[in-house]
Design a protein around this ligand. Sequence first.
Ligand code: FCB
Length: 467
Amino acid sequence: MIAGDSGEKARRPGEFADLARRFASQFTWGVATSAYQIEGAAAMDGRGPSIWDEFCARPGAIKDGSSGERACDHYHRMAEDLALISDLGIGAYRFSVSWPRVQPLGAGAWNERGFDFYERLVDGLLERDIAPYLTLYHWDLPLALQAGGGWENRDTALRFVDYAREVSRRLGNRVRSIATHNEPWVVAVLGHEAGIFAPGLKSRRLAMQVAHNLLLSHGLALQALRADGVSTPLGIVLNQGPIHAATNSPEDRAKARLDDGLTIRWYMDALLLGRYPADVVEFLGADAPTVTDEDMRTISQPLDFLGINYYTRNVSGTGEPQKPAEDGRERTDMGWEVFPAGLTELLLRLHDDYPLPPLYIMENGAAYRDQLEAGRVRDEDRVRYLRRHVAALADAIERGVDVRGYFVWSLLDNFEWADGYRKRFGIVYVDYATQQRIPKDSARWYQQLCAAHRHGDTRRVAGEAVL
Ligand code: FCB
């Protein structure tokens, strides 16, 4: 059993072994990043501009006025960053390919220097025995495609298929899996309805058409890659968390059910059941997207895996939301509630409601106000967050959910979208003035967990061999 969650200072001997033992020997432990958040080198070696470069240039769009222009300068420090993953003994790395780096206009010519970078990245991972997990789209659409309507235009889905095929042709057989999209809900709703992410548009109708076209592009890409003979596992990554009603009133429960429909069922029903949820379609009315039956068959291609990003639950109601500071709940620096039991609840619910492929937690982690003191970051809060979520994941697995891997968001502090560099999610601290990387206490914690799991493996494997 895991020691209580009460923030105990001293580590119990055996803590890591106890936790690691709850995971099968093949279980994958990784760290995640995305291209625009770490690479920098925004105008280098032929990379084209993306919608995020343009969005960041708008006054007021990013809280600290920054952009991903330099970020963690990972483009130039890739070898150092791979060495870091390797020194920490972490067995897997999830990264995304920047579409405008390999195809500057989102159509037509490929940029060889861009592909060179990802070739070196994948080879560098394999040399160090780190399994590469590739994401095709983590939000950085080539700006040229936005001029033609971006994801509102079905043609962008066809451009995405060309891009997916070319990346797979070059890297597909060396990576462990390929995810088409990261968090289509965020792209659709935060980018096209709330307008707080690129491309900064504000229309629900538009957002729902974008959500549909993203899913369509996913299905078309899976069909095309399979027709090309790609045998690498293919899937998609969704952001999800349980939606709880603020009170037991019928109004609040109805609102929570609708929010569940808009964030979870819209994507899960389409991908796994081949239809959109009727209650949500009815609620949307004229804002519902234009859809054909053929589209739904395309979207619901079999998935080899499904990625889930879990950070928190959402509390949904019809009244004025309470101010986070006043509700007494434990929160991270994002204001997101720390709610590990929500991960177990979510996984069990998905398992009950859908015919699931194997799952991966592709992101989980937390931002805190880390302080670098005498060369060390004592991020006890993050250690505690991670420990509790890993235990919550084990609870779900022990109750029958097939989860094959877990990735911490993030390897490095990085460009946190509209929050700029103010929010630090890394298990490795980045001193942006010098670009120095300093593993935080949480990195050491994760290192020990990975090591304990590996050593457990050796025992298990040895035991199996004797039998
Ligand atoms: C997710 C994103 C990731 C990061 C984390 C904190 O929604 O996929 O890029 O910003 O949130």
